[in-house]
Design a protein around this ligand. Structure first.
Ligand code: GLC
Length: 597
């Protein structure tokens, strides 16, 4: 299975949000499961600055976009079994930031166009392109557009991952031809039209073969107007191809037992280091060094959907409890001003840093006792998982991935891994904060068992990668895992893995439509319970990287006719051979290759 992952950001190269964490981890996890994976992202200035010397220049070509004829350089880098491709155009991407420019539409229109057109130069012809959010939403559209004229593009299936439906890529419909080089028909038939706007995300939802929201609950929520930012009817229409695969976290990077960035290491079996981390945090933030007082932490972008209004409403009631509060984040001015002012009212008990600071955030995850995340909506949320891994018990509102990862504490049977509340109401939040603070203070043994349960949760990417591969198997009709690598025992019992038999999603009749619950197996197990299932799934992970022999059964099961060229992975020879130059070296040289401005 060949997968091309198209993204506008990825750790460690460039990051503004959770998409970068996902794009930085999922491809390697897919490769570890035996898939052939490549990632493609723009060559931003910061990538060139930090990684330029590690990049290899492969070739350049020109991409047609409307009336433009635009230079596109191709660089690559190998990492963790994944090939990373970077598309270069200095006019679009040699800028200090990733987004926030008035021509973002044109920049990512170019990027999506280039992802498709540069396939000829990329080493493999993908079975699936997984695009992410609005920035790469035009990829499925361009594939369909080109597929009308060129057969080979029709063999490629597409999946769209929605990390946050709030950002849709909305433009004036009149720019469709000029900016994106597409025919007016795309707007006239409604595919790219939404509330009078050109809407890139809507087009991708309709045209992709599968759509994945980043948690089972978010996949369900997207069918409701409260969460869907006007996209609910589109989501309901596409319910038959909607999945909700929960994100994971990089369990090696976030490992309190080995993390060199924290003051003292600790683990589930030996949590003693955590108190040193707490004392360190209190000192660093100017809080009183009181071991018996729980430190409640907020590490978040300070924006409305993170539920900060709830905190503003009851902050003074919270501070009447025997607790300390640490806030790290920046964002909307009104929240920044509020927290700045509030911290001055509670010297020694409340500390605020209006900043985005990776190192400090790790000190907080390691040193705090409780992690507050009362989001109004939260597609998946990664911080609560990181917090749990570091033994910081989450207090969350039951929405999106927060609901899927945090099970409420139940004292009567000593179960759960955090605290939750359902309604978006400040008093409900205050109630569970009070419960958490007093459990910490008055029942330390119960609290430490709760903390251990939180730390023991399995949020590894391997589990999610398996779910993604099932989606890819569904849309391509390929068998996954490939039959000959299925352990003999399984084949003997004729227990063929479900995804292998799943019919490809191709214009299914409404009667076949399955609700998200059924199509998203992740929902059936909570991460905490997932361990045995994962072991079973992981067994065939030892299989080698895709070998030619693997193709045979896949092709047998492949109901679609793929063009001979596509099936053999043949690519058009590049006019320019690899020169083996590095990005840094090439930058200078590239002056000779004219760029369309
Ligand atoms: C977005 C969402 C967040 C999710 C992340 C990765 O940032 O807001 O909830 O965890 O994407 O999918």
């Amino acid at each position: 299975m060949k997968i091309l992952y198209a993204t506008s950001e990825a750790v460690p190269f460039c990051k503004t949000g959770g998409l970068a964490d996902v794009a930085g981890s999922l491809p390697a996890a897919l490769a570890a499961e035996g898939a052939e994976v490549a990632v493609v992202l723009p060559l931003y200035r910061r990538v060139r600055e930090k990684f330029g010397s590690q990049l290899t220049f492969l070739c350049y070509d020109y991409v047609n976009l409307g009336w433009r004829h635009v230079y596109c350089g191709l660089f690559s880098l190998e990492k963790d079994g994944v090939t990373w491709y970077f598309l270069d155009n200095e006019q679009y991407f040699d800028r200090p930031d990733l987004y926030g420019y008035m021509d973002d539409g044109e920049r990512f229109g170019f990027f999506s166009r280039a992802v498709v057109r540069m396939l000829d130069h990329i080493k493999f012809w993908p079975d699936v392109i997984n695009c992410n959010d609005w920035q790469t939403a035009l990829v499925p559209i361009y594939l369909k557009d080109d597929g009308v004229r060129e057969d080979r593009f029709r063999s490629i299936r597409t999946t769209l991952t929605i990390h946050n439906i709030e950002y849709q890529g909305r433009y004036n419909p009149y720019i469709l031809g000029d900016l994106f080089g597409l025919d007016a028909g795309w707007v006239e038939d409604g595919t790219l039209l939404m509330d009078g706007d050109l809407n890139l995300l809507k087009g991708a939802i309709l045209c992709a073969d599968a759509v994945n929201a980043v948690s089972p609950t978010y996949a369900n929520e997207l069918k409701m107007s409260y969460f869907a930012h006007r996209m609910e009817s589109v989501m309901r229409k596409c319910e038959y191809k909607l999945y909700g695969v929960l994100n994971g976290i990089d369990m090696d990077r976030y490992d309190p037992a080995r993390d060199p960035s924290i003051a003292a290491n600790f683990s589930v079996d030996d949590p003693s280091g955590k108190s040193a981390d707490k004392a360190h945090l209190q000192r660093m933030m100017g809080l009183r060094e009181e071991p018996q007082v729980p430190v409640v932490a907020i590490v978040s972008r300070l924006v409305s959907h993170k539920g900060l209004d709830l905190i503003c409403e009851v902050l003074h009631d919270m501070m009447k409890l025997p607790m300390q509060l640490v806030v790290l984040g920046k964002g909307d001015k009104k929240y920044e001003e509020f927290f700045h002012w509030a911290a001055q009212q509670y010297p020694g008990r409340m500390a605020v840093r209006l900043d985005y600071n990776e190192e400090l955030s790790m000190a907080i995850y390691a040193g705090a006792d409780l992690f507050l995340m009362p989001s109004k909506s939260e597609p998946c949320g990664l911080s609560q998982m990181i917090a749990m891994r570091y033994g910081t018990v989450p207090i969350v509102r039951e929405t999106g991935g927060l609901k899927d990862t945090v099970q409420p504490y139940e004292s009567w049977r000593d179960a759960g891994n955090g605290f939750t509340f359902a309604n978006y109401a400040s008093n409900d939040m205050l109630h569970v904060i009070r419960e958490a603070v007093y459990l910490y203070k008055d029942y330390p043994d119960s609290f430490s068992r709760l903390r251990k349960r939180a730390m023991a949760c399995d949020f590894s990417w391997a589990r999610s990668a398996g779910e993604y591969l099932r989606i890819y198997a569904n849309v391509t009709g390929q068998v996954w895992p490939p039959r000959e690598t299925v352990p003999a025992q399984e084949t003997a019992s004729e227990e063929v893995p479900a995804p292998a038999e799943a019919a490809p999603v191709e214009v299914p009749a409404p009667a076949e439509a399955a609700p998200v619950e059924e199509t998203a197996p992740v929902e059936e197990t909570t991460p905490a319970e997932a361990a045995p299932a994962e072991t079973a799934e992981k067994a065939p992970a030892k299989r080698k990287k895709a070998a030619p022999a693997k193709k045979a059964p896949a092709e047998k099961a492949e109901p679609r006719k793929r063009s001979a060229k596509a099936a053999s992975g043949e690519k058009k020879p590049s006019a320019l051979e690899s020169t083996g130059k590095t990005a840094a070296g090439e930058t200078k040289k590239k002056g000779t290759a004219p760029k369309k401005k």
